[in-house]
Design a protein around this ligand. Structure first.
Ligand SMILES: *[C@@H]1O[C@H](CO)[C@@H](O)[C@H](O)[C@H]1NC(C)=O
Ligand SMILES: *[C@@H]1O[C@H](CO)[C@@H](O)[C@H](O)[C@H]1NC(C)=O
Length: 288
């Protein structure tokens, strides 16, 4: 009977302790399907606690797993922690403060850009428990209508250039004739801007056909989008007469230059011979 109150006290402590850690246990959940975001839009990356206990006093970390260093967002000690934030996310991320008390830790991301594509981890830590959930974000951006420029006569044909920008993911560019047959073109050139959008361009040399219609097609099959521009070249453009004339003029100029040079060299040689002859004569006179 003497140990009764003591053991009761210990039991109560244990009960209190275990019920405390029990209440801290939670799962972090979110969508299992990827989130498809259109470039320029604002999106919500869903993430919440189950059971729906308050996350107000927990640490909420949002990470982009493609970045080794830095965070997308951190909430800790009821404050936003801006240190170590990945530069491209500065000023574009927030939590729904009024939702935290019911375990909603979803992230709002504004003005989606190409570099936002990737896997995001929502990591939530309480005093004695933590869990996380990873969601995938795909970014979709349809680029500009291709711009075709005529570059002039090239290697017996007409040089054309096609350019299109603002795509995500990286698109494919193709040059086609009027029957939709692929034309062999120069190497495709791709550039990615600092926001992660792609710009593509490609040169082609076309020969005169009976339609003189050529198409530049830029397409991205993952997002099922394409953009096309058709050009019609007037057949006079293929007329190489001006080119022939300039060739003849250049050839004539070349010939004249060659003849001139030869003459100059010839004269110099003759003069040299003259001088040598005169010197010889002088020597002979002295020798006498
Ligand atoms: C928490 O979840 C329970 C059951 O799922 C629900 O009845 C309750 O309304 C939720 N509370 C909040 C604050 O969302
Ligand atoms: C969390 O809050 C956001 C913003 O109000 C809302 O769109 C979303 O549905 C909420 N998620 C859950 C699980 O309640």
């Amino acid at each position: 009977m003497e140990t009764g109150p003591d053991s009761l006290f210990v039991t109560l402590l244990l009960l209190l302790h275990s019920s405390h850690s029990e209440s801290e246990k939670f799962e972090v959940l979110g969508p299992t399907d990827p989130i498809v975001a259109v470039a320029g839009d604002d999106i919500i990356l869903p993430c919440y606690l189950k059971p729906n206990i308050s996350a107000e006093d927990m640490t909420v970390d949002w990470l982009n797993l493609d970045f080794k260093d830095g965070r997308v967002y951190r909430y800790q000690n009821r404050k936003i922690i801006r240190e170590d934030q990945i530069p491209s996310y500065i000023g574009r991320t927030s939590l729904f403060k009024e939702e935290l008390w019911r375990g909603n830790t979803s992230l709002k991301l504004t003005r989606v850009q190409g570099t936002d594509e990737g896997r995001y981890k929502c990591f939530i830590k309480a005093l004695s428990w933590y869990d996380d959930f990873t969601i995938q974000v795909l970014v979709k951006a349809v680029g500009s209508k291709p711009v075709v420029s005529i570059e002039g006569h090239r290697e017996g044909g007409m040089g054309l250039l096609c350019e299109s920008e603002g795509w995500h993911p990286e698109p494919e560019l193709a040059w086609l004739d009027s029957k939709g047959v692929h034309l062999s073109a120069g190497p495709p050139e791709t550039h990615r801007d600092f926001k992660g959008f792609y710009r593509v361009k490609q040169h082609v040399i076309v020969q005169e056909t009976n339609t003189n219609r050529f198409t530049c097609r830029v397409q991205q099959s993952r997002i099922n989008e394409k953009m096309e521009t058709e050009v019609h070249l007037p057949s006079e453009l293929f007329d190489t007469t001006p080119w022939r004339i300039s060739f003849i003029v250049l050839s004539c100029l070349g010939a004249i230059t060659v003849i001139g040079l030869s003459l100059a060299i010839y004269c110099i040689c003759i003069k040299k011979e003259d001088i040598t002859e005169k010197l010889d004569e002088l020597r002979k006179e002295r020798g006498k």
